[in-house]
Structures are given as C-alpha cells and as structure tokens.
Design a protein around this ligand. Sequence first.
Ligand SMILES: Nc1ncnc2c1ncn2[C@@H]1O[C@H](COP(=O)(O)OP(=O)(O)OP(=O)(O)O)[C@@H](O)[C@H]1O
Length: 663
Amino acid sequence: MAESQGSGGRGTSRGSGRREKKRGDGPPEVSESERLLFGGPLRYDLGWNQHRDAFMELNFRAMVTRLPALLGSSFRLAWQADRRAARIVLAAEAGRGVAQAVGLLAMNSVLGRLITGGAIGDRLRDAVPVLAAMAAVALLGALLRGASTYATGRLEPKVERVATELYLERAAAVELAAIEDHAFHKLLDTAQYGAGSARRMISYSTRVVSALISLMAAAGVLTVLHPVLLPLLATMTLPTAWSALTNARRRYESWHTWVQHARAGYLLSGLLTEPAAAPEIRVHGVGPFLLRHYHAMSETAEAEQARLARLAARTGLIAAAWTGLANVATYATLGGLLLAGAMALSVAGTAVIAIRTGSSSLDNLVVAVNSLHEDALFVGDLQKLYVEAAERAIPVGGDPLPEDPREIRFENVTFSYPGESARPALDDVTLTLPLGRIVALVGENGSGKTTLVKLLAGLYKPDGGRILWDGVDAATADRHQLAERVAMVAQDFKRWPFTARVNVAIGRSSVPLTEERMATSLAEAGAEDVVADLPRGLDTLLARQFNGGHELSGGQWQRLGVARAAYRRGRILVVDEPTAALDARAELEVFEKIRALASAGQTVVLITHRLASVRHADLVHVLDQGRLAESGTPDELLASGGIYAELYSLQAEQYSAPVPKAG
Ligand SMILES: Nc1ncnc2c1ncn2[C@@H]1O[C@H](COP(=O)(O)OP(=O)(O)OP(=O)(O)O)[C@@H](O)[C@H]1O
C-alpha cells in the first residue's frame, strides 16, 4: 500500500533521536556531548511545541471536518499568487472527474452489450460507438490532466514566494526584543518550513479535488449497480488511511520533539566551516572536538530515523494484512451475489472495474488528505508566526517627536533583559543628554552603557521610567521618526558581505546614493585611505568567501562603520567603542573627526573605555552596575575623586613610565 512520504521526508531527516520513546515518556536522555556543549540538556520538553494538540487531533474525524478549511486556505493562497492558474486547475480537475464517471458508465454499457445474447459480431458492432465515446472521453481526460499539471507547476513556486516574502517581511519588522526571545526565535525556525509546505499544499489540494471527484464518480456508479458495493469499497481502503495517518503523526511528532536537537547539529556543522571560526579551529585544534560532538549528535539523529522506519514497516505490514482480508471479503460478496442471482455478470464486471477505480481513488484521496494535513500543520506554524510577528511588530505611527529637541532625558529608567539575571541592566537611571554636544558614557564592563544607548535608539522599551525627548515620551512616539534621528555604530556593527560602497550607503538605503554624500562621509570618518587601498576601491566586495572578495582589518572595518553612520546623517550619532580596534594614530584621528562632527552641531553619544579620549566631552555620565554613579564635565569628575578619577588614574599610570631615550 502506498504510504505518504508527502512532506519531503521532513520528519525523519530533520528529526533526530536516540532511543524509542513513547509520548509522555518525559524528555529523552541527554548525551555527554550535549551536556558539554550546552551545559545541560537541550530543551527537549514539548513546552514550546505549538502543535501538540494539533497532531493529537490528527484523526479521521478531524481530517474530514478540517478538509474544507484546508482546501479553502490552499485555494486562497493560489488565488493570491496567480488567479488564472488557479482557475485552470479547478476547471481541469472538475472536468477530469466528470470524464471519469462518463467513462465508467460507458464501460458498463459496453460490458452489457458484449455479455447479452446474440451473434458475437453483432454484439461487437453494437459496442463500437460506445467504445469510440470512451476513447474520446479518455483523450479529454488526458488533455485536462496536462492542463492541470501545467497550471499547478506555475502556481507552486509563486505560492512559495508569496509565503516566504511575507515571512521575511514580518520577521524583519518585529522588535529586537522579539528576535532575542527564545520562544519567538524557535517559532521563526519552525515557521521557515511553512512556505515549502504551502507550496506542496497546492499539489496535494489538486490531488484531493481530483481524487474526490473520481471517487464520487466511482461511488455513484457502484451505488447504481448495487448498494452493498459501497461499504465494501470503504473497507478496502481503511487500512491505507490508518497507516498513512499513523506514520504522519509519528513523523510530525518526532520532528517537533527533536527540532532543537537538529538545530544544534546545524550549528555545529556551521561552526566547522565558517570563516570566523576557522583560525581558532586550526590553532586551538577545535576541529576534532566539534567533529566528535557532531558525530554523536548525528548518531542520535540516525537512531531516530531508524526508529521511525521500523515503526513504519510494522504499520505497513499490519495495513497490508488488513487490506488483503478486505479484498477477500469484497470478492466473496460479489461471488455470493452472482451465485444468488442478485447480480448480472455484466454488472459484476463493471463493479470490479469500478471498485478498483474507486479504491485507487480512495487510496489517492487518503494519502493526499493526509499529506495536506501534515503540511497544513507546518503552514499553521507559519500562520502563527505571521500573527505573532504582527503583534510584536514595531508600531507604526505615534506622537511626533520635536523637530529640533534640546535634550533627551532618562527619568528613573529601569530595564532588565528577559531571563534570569541578578540585577537589572539599568537600574533607576536618571540623566540628561543635551543635544548638539558630546556626551560620553563611561563605566566598567557590564555597567549598562550599551543597554542605555539601545534604549535611546528605541531598540528596547524601559520596564520602568520614561525617556523624554523634550517632554515627548519615546514609548508613545513615532518609532520611525525616532530611528530617523539616530545613527549608530554599534560595538558589533554589521559587516555586510557587500561592496565597500554598499557597506557605507546602507546607512541610509532609502535615499538614492550620491557620490558627493559618499565622499563626505568617508572624509568625516577618515576612511578615504581604507577605500584607496582596496583593489577595486568602493566597488570591492568585502566578503572573503566569494570570488574576488576582500577582507578588511578590524580597524579598517571600524572606520567604514563610522562612515556608514556619518552617511546616515542622523541628528544623534551613537558610537559604541569606535576606537577599540584602532591603532594609536588612527584612534586620535577618529576622535578628531567625531569632535568635528559635534562642533558642526551634531550630538555625539560616545561610549569608550579610553578615558583620555573623553577629555573633550561636554558631559560624562559614569555608570556602575546599571546605576548612574557620577555625572559632570571631565574636569569636575577628575576633581571629585570618584570612579571616573580612579579609572582615569589607573589608565594614566600605565603611561607614566618614562620612554627610554634612543641610542
Ligand atoms: N542581549 C542581552 N541579553 C541579556 N543580557 C544582556 C544582553 N546584553 C547585555 N546584557 C547584560 O546586561 C548588562 C549590561 O550590559 P551592557 O552591554 O549594557 O554593558 P556595557 O557597559 O556596554 O559593557 P561593555 O563595556 O563590556 O560593553 C550585562 O550584565 C550584560 O550581561
């Protein structure tokens, strides 16, 4: 019996496991590898599994009752992607069903004519017109099948594209907090398979419609022939339905249970080949370590696939035995009816053909419906993502921000990252950032400086307190306007795998690129030399992994990062450790540039550990363990003898040793 492998083997290839487990058996045991790598068990529990209920409900009743909705949603997808192709598929499938019914009735008529008394020549002559009609109907059926195949082929990629674009669009529009949220990220992970499933749902729906129509044709003919034949048809097909359904449930359950494990496997294989990890893998000999763990994880994946295959084989055998018995019962009933004289031989002949046609249609129907349901579960993930992403999207609209604000004020701002932490990242912080000045944020590692500027840029919302732009609360302000006013060189700014030109202009990709703006930005960041040294200047691809790609040094990247922020022309320039990777001369130069920007009226919020560079700031805020410890001009802070003065003298001491005279 055919069995649905409909979802491209997704269950077995993506899932992985180590031992046979029954549902509700608790989390699987954790290998030493996983413990080593992840410091404990990967979260195998199904707490986050959105479809536990859904696949529990994947039974006959649910299949039948949900079918119209599933067909409807496939049709809507198809309609959205290509109306003309959707119409062709529907019309062609309906036509095929009618052709099949006509073909069966014609067959009955041919058999009737052949089996009745009279000379064989006369009987054959009698049958010729009906045979000709049958041939015409078969030809029409073949043409309609071709039309349906062509239109389905056109529809499928379009449906996948529409679904994928919506997925990417929604994912790119959510708040940063959602992207960093573990549960949301998992949903992003699982939902990415939804677009492929949506694509497959089109052809499964076509098959369902086609099988349904031809089944109705066969069932109608059988009912006309003898009412007892209809239940026999159902009995013959039940085993296929049961086996397809059982295996689909297993695959889906396995996949959702082990998705995290599979993710960890991808992570390991990615680490082994990614350029950023390559030097350490070689110098520290990390390769064998990672390979060992990859091997261990792959073995568990193989064990899960073997488990599924074993169960599928067992289910298949049981189904085959059941089908065999049903076949015997069917033919015995037909024989009984013939013996009892309750059925003519010609009718029995047609019945055999109709039963075979009907049972093959029913088989197709069950397999297609089952596949449709299986893929619908993954499309369900995608739809859940669409909804959740819309709920967590960066809001559109809000209070207008002042055109030219004088200051931004943090009032009792508290913020904690999700998850467990001993203390908030920002704890009751009240401070002012006067605009048009250089404001420096200083403090030891983990004191909350980066968090503060991320709140300033609207990337997170405070848990308590307010951020006021001249009295307008950033929480209710127009986020688009807020982002418009900020340019940021984050500590881990993105090194886009594009050309140098794009790496700068991506700072404001919404406006057409102008050479003048590019040149000014490069000059402002002191990045002209970096570009001049590139083999193809601004058109050099900055991605070593591609042919002709070039790699920059950390300091060179940093200058391009500053150029990108300068290109953005935001009112507030946030620079988070802009000189960390710069040599002494370059560092001086970058600070000069930043000072120049500030004297041109731009606000600069500067985070740095190089306190000598902070001397030129108009205002310094010192953070300590998430709280504001000190504020003032550099001179005031030095004089007050607090944290700033202590950190300053620690750094100054390192340079106090006299430089030995040459010669
Ligand atoms: N994305 C995050 N998720 C969870 N916790 C975070 C995240 N980013 C920072 N933290 C935590 O918040 C606290 C403040 O971090 P933050 O990056 O703001 O410090 P910082 O002063 O900029 O440090 P550094 O000088 O090392 O850059 C730290 O305890 C850090 O572990």
